[in-house]
Design a protein around this ligand. Structure first.
Ligand code: ADP
Ligand code: MG
Length: 261
């Protein structure tokens, strides 16, 4: 993962990302890459910068420095005169974002739209796909996450686990090359965690490239083939899940994993 490899199969490359909020440096130079079909888990204590990293990848937060490569496309940011950071080119930003599917901790569904409307919105607005075709594909994806029967329901009529499965279907509807998950189960009641993890596991088995920020250590270990431990805005340790979880090298990772032992 950290070794340069054949760029033809490299799905995403994150290079030297820095981000501060005011005086607070949150990301201090993060780099990694994932090949097509890789599942990369990111673990680390609360506040270590995991969400900021995912947000920098799709420029929901514009990094102060660094590059994101998605296939042949590159996102860079530059400073405006007032010091605020902007992404280089709005058209490219939209194009790259469409290739990244993001699933948030709190689902972020549009509450005034039905499940189906939530799923077809992106394909229609961004990809200019005809409504009938977008709806057909959306129903296929809703079926895949076990929710075709909820197509006409509103998010408030669904459980948290169901809402999160809709959010996954919505991200998949854009046919993203890389799926980004930010603690997709941490806002859920325990009995709903399994249904969401099952969907994510299925995507992993289908060979989807995914970056998964999670506190579900056992799950991370089972589904991912690479793992990163973040500490204080840096990648403290990286390797296979077996190496990280069974043979942590850094004292900080050992301490982080201690409560699980
Ligand atoms: P994690 O997801 O690992 O818990 P975050 O990326 O959410 O960590 O946050 C890392 C640090 O950045 C925290 O100290 C947090 O308070 C700070 N932070 C995150 N977003 C912002 C923001 N928009 N403005 C100011 N500080 C922020
Ligand atoms: Mg977070």
């Amino acid at each position: 993962m950290t070794v340069p490899t054949d760029s033809a199969t490299c799905a995403i490359q994150v290079h030297n990302i820095h981000k501060s909020f005011g005086d607070l440096p949150v990301l201090k130079g993060i780099s990694f890459q994932a090949q097509q079909g890789d599942v990369l888990s990111i673990i680390g204590a609360s506040g270590s910068g995991k969400s900021t990293l995912l947000r920098c990848i799709n420029h929901l937060v514009v990094p102060d420095q660094g590059e994101i490569h998605i296939g042949q496309d590159v996102l860079r940011s530059h400073a405006k005169r007032d010091g605020t950071m902007v992404s280089s080119d709005p058209k490219r930003l939209e194009k790259v974002r469409a290739r990244l599917g993001m699933v948030f901790q709190n689902f972020n569904l549009w509450s005034h739209r039905t499940v189906l409307q939530n799923v077809i919105e992106g394909p229609i607005q961004v990809k200019k796909i005809a409504k009938a075709q977008a709806s057909e594909y959306a129903l296929h994806l809703l079926d895949k996450v076990g929710l075709a029967h909820k197509a006409t329901a509103y998010p408030s009529e669904l459980s948290g686990g169901q809402q999160q499965r809709v959010a996954i279907a919505r991200a998949l509807a854009m046919d993203p090359e890389v799926m980004l998950f930010d603690e997709p189960t941490s806002a859920l009641d325990p009995e709903m965690v399994g249904e969401v993890l099952r969907v994510i596991r299925q995507l992993a088995e289908e060979g989807r490239t995914m970056i998964l920020v999670t506190h579900e250590m056992q799950f991370a270990r089972e589904v991912s083939n690479h793992a990163i431990f973040m500490h204080n805005g840096l990648c403290e340790e990286a390797g296979t899940p077996a190496a990280l979880f069974d043979h942590p090298q850094s004292t900080r990772l050992q301490q982080f994993l201690q409560p699980l032992a």
